[in-house]
Write a protein that binds this ligand. Structure first.
Ligand code: 5AD
Ligand code: FES
Length: 344
C-alpha cells in the first residue's frame, strides 16, 4: 500500500511517514488529486464563504511575527464602532454571506458586555447567520458569556504545538499552555472551533509540523486554518524569509486526508504569496474562503504581514472577485451557513 493510500484509509500515518510526505515533493500530484477527491466526496464543488470583519487592530500582545503587535508604533490604530460593525453585516448579508467573522487584536477596550451585545444584535438581526469570534485568549467565563449571547464558532490558531518553538515566536508573557486551555474550553462549551498554524514560521522544523498535526488530532477542531508565514517590516522577524507556498499546499492536502470533513480555508496569506494561491488551495483540498467585509478605509491598517492582498480601493468587493476566482477552478460559492458535516 502506498503511503498516500494508507493516509486515505486510516486518516493517519506514523511520524516517520509524515516526515517523508512533508519533506518530499514526489507525492505532490497524488496528494493533491486524493485530497480533492475526498473533499468532493463530502462537499462536492461547494465553497463556503465567511465575511471577515476586522473590527480592531489594537492588540495587547507582542507576538514576534505579527504586524499589529502592541510595540509596533508605526501601526496606525483603529476601532470600528458597533454601528460600523452592523453596517458591515448589513452589506454582507445582501451579498449572500451567512457567516460573519468578527476578528480583532486582543483589545480589552471591548468588554465582555460589549462583545455579548454585538453578538446578540447580529444574531437577532440575522437569525439565519452564524457568528464567529476571533478575539484571542480570554477566560472560560468570557467564552461562556459570548456563547450564551449566541456566538456559534471561535477561531484561535494554536500557531505551533511545540513548547520551545512557541517560546521562539512569542514573548514570555504568553504560553502555549494557556492557548491550549482556551481551545479545550471553547470545545467543551460547545463552540465549533477552528485552530491552525503558520507554515514556515521562523525556527519551524518538520518535527514541529508533525506535532501540529498530532495536536490537531487530539483537539479535533471543525476548522483548520493554515497559511504561510510572511514577514512584516516592523516586527522582530522582519528579516526572515516567508514560508513555502508548495509546503503550504502540501499541508492543506494532508489535512484534508487526516480530517476528511473539516472546513479548511484557502487563506489570505496563501493568496498573498502567490497570485493564484487561494485557487490552488481550493484545488488541493480547501473548501472555504474568507473575503474581507471590513470598510476599505481601515483594511490597509490591519496589516498582519507585508503586502496583504484585498486592502486597496480595487478590493471594495472581494465577494465578486472571489466568486470569479472560485469559478475559474471549477468550484462554486454557496450561500449557506456552511457548518461542518457531522461525524457518521
Ligand atoms: N504571517 C502570516 N500569518 C500571520 N498571522 C499573524 N502574523 C502573520 C504573519 N506575519 C496569522 C496568525 C494569526 C492569524 C490571525 O494571522 O496565525 O493567528
Ligand atoms: Fe479581495 Fe479579490 S478577493 S480583491
Amino acid at each position: 500500500m502506498t503511503i498516500i493510500n494508507k493516509l486515505i484509509n486510516e486518516c493517519d500515518l506514523s511520524d516517520i511517514e509524515f516526515k517523508e510526505l512533508l519533506e518530499s515533493d514526489i507525492y505532490d500530484d497524488e496528494l493533491k488529486s486524493s485530497a480533492d477527491r475526498v473533499r468532493q466526496h463530502y462537499y462536492g464543488k461547494d465553497v463556503y464563504i465567511r465575511g471577515l470583519i476586522e473590527f480592531s487592530n489594537y492588540c495587547k500582545n507582542n507576538c514576534f511575527y505579527c504586524g499589529i503587535r502592541a510595540e509596533n508604533k508605526s501601526c496606525e490604530r483603529y476601532r470600528l464602532s458597533k454601528q460600523e460593525i452592523y453596517n458591515c453585516c448589513d452589506e454582507g448579508y445582501k451579498l449572500g454571506f451567512r457567516t460573519f467573522v468578527l476578528q480583532g487584536g486582543e483589545d480589552l477596550s471591548y468588554t465582555d458586555k460589549d462583545i455579548c451585545k454585538i453578538v446578540l444584535n447580529i444574531k437577532t438581526a440575522y437569525p439565519d447567520c452564524a457568528v464567529t469570534l476571533s478575539i484571542g485568549e480570554r477566560s472560560k467565563q468570557s467564552y461562556i458569556d459570548y456563547f450564551n449571547a449566541g456566538a456559534d464558532r471561535y477561531l484561535l490558531r494554536h500557531e505551533t504545538a511545540n513548547e520551545d518553538h512557541y517560546k521562539q515566536l512569542h514573548p514570555s508573557s504568553m504560553s502555549l499552555k494557556n492557548r491550549k486551555r482556551c481551545l479545550y474550553d471553547l470545545k467543551e462549551i460547545g463552540y465549533q472551533v477552528g485552530s491552525g498554524f503558520m507554515v514556515g514560521s521562523p525556527f519551524q522544523t518538520t518535527e514541529c509540523l508533525i506535532e501540529d498535526l498530532r495536536f490537531l488530532q487530539s483537539l479535533k477542531p471543525d476548522m483548520i486554518g493554515i497559511g504561510p508565514f510572511i514577514s512584516h517590516k516592523d516586527t522582530p522577524f522582519k528579516d526572515f524569509k516567508s514560508g513555502s507556498f508548495k509546503l503550504t499546499l502540501r499541508l492543506i492536502s494532508i489535512l484534508r486526508l487526516i480530517f476528511p470533513k473539516s472546513l479548511i480555508p484557502a487563506t489570505t496569506a496563501l493568496g498573498t504569496i502567490h497570485p493564484n494561491g487561494r485557487e490552488l488551495g481550493l484545488s488541493c483540498g480547501a473548501n472555504v474562503v474568507m473575503p474581507n467585509l471590513s470598510p476599505v478605509s481601515t483594511r490597509k491598517k490591519y496589516e498582519l504581514y507585508d503586502n496583504k492582498i484585498c486592502t486597496g480601493e480595487e478590493s471594495a468587493q472581494c465577494r465578486g472577485c472571489l466568486e470569479r476566482r472560485v469559478n475559474s477552478v471549477g468550484y462554486r460559492i454557496v450561500t449557506d451557513r456552511g457548518d461542518a458535516k457531522t461525524l457518521s
